[in-house]
Design a binder for this molecule. Structure first.
Ligand code: GAR
Length: 233
């Protein structure tokens, strides 16, 4: 049997150390902050080298500036097509040449060509236990369905919206008195734990996407994501 080709093509031991991240945001940037905080711990194998926002008023831009990280705003207004926007985004990214792109609340659908170029080198975090509840308003939808458990997923990005292979999930119990904001806050707290953790795995060369579209952790395919179950705090 031939081994599956892995993305990225650059073997971990030949990559820059630390791995340089570009983080794409649209809003508050609390996940960006979690990545910055993790990168500033002594033994971190990654650093945030660039933050790009499609909104000039994103609070995450201030977080990046406070940490001395270069920022770029690329507004989607003024672009007639998604492809046009993504071409401009690709240009910004190719100048920065990051080893990994982390989507952190970047609320834009990316074109298949853009995603294909970065496949295996682009992660996203989504506030649900994928494949359940892709898209928006996940917390309201979980409460409306009466689900006992909710959570968040870190996954590789593929052309399918919120559909790429999952890596790591945090499960969060839904409580009797939850409303969307309370539930979202508890899920977000877990997001801040699992996103830096999965990023660390990638930066350490432990995590990859094989050409057959499966997540590989420590050289073995993951049939299901690694799961962390949070308490009710
Ligand atoms: C997070 O909850 C993230 O999971 C979600 O947006 C929020 C961004 O918060 N992302 C998506 O819904 C992507 N489909 P943040 O700006 O404070 O990190």
């Amino acid at each position: 049997m031939t081994a599956n080709r892995l993305h990225p093509a650059v073997p971990p031991n030949e990559r820059d150390r630390p791995l340089r991240l570009a983080v794409l945001i649209s809003g508050s940037g609390s996940n960006l902050q979690a990545l910055i905080d993790a990168s500033q711990r002594g033994d971190a194998p990654f650093e945030v080298g660039l933050v790009i926002s499609n909104r000039a008023d994103a609070l995450g831009l201030e977080r990046a500036a406070r940490a001395g990280i270069p920022t770029q705003t690329l507004s989607h207004r003024g672009f007639e097509t998604r492809a046009g926007y993504d071409a401009a985004l690709a240009e910004l990214l190719s100048e920065a040449a990051p080893g990994l792109i982390a989507l952190a609340g970047f609320m834009r659908i990316l074109t298949p060509g853009f995603v294909e170029h970065w496949q295996g080198r682009m992660l996203n975090i989504h506030p649900s236990l994928l494949p359940s509840y892709r898209g928006l308003h996940t917390h309201q939808r979980v409460l409306a369905a009466g689900d006992p458990v909710h959570g968040a997923t870190v996954h590789f990005v593929t052309a399918e919206l919120d559909g790429g292979p999952a890596i790591l999930q945090a499960r969060v119990p839904v409580l009797a008195d939850d409303d969307p904001d309370r539930l979202a806050a508890r899920v977000l707290k877990q997001e801040h734990h699992i996103y830096p953790l999965a990023t660390r795995w990638f930066a350490e060369g432990r995590l990859a996407l094989s050409s057959d579209g499966r997540t590989q952790l420590d050289g073995k395919p993951l049939d299901s994501p690694v799961i962390i179950t949070a308490d009710t705090a």
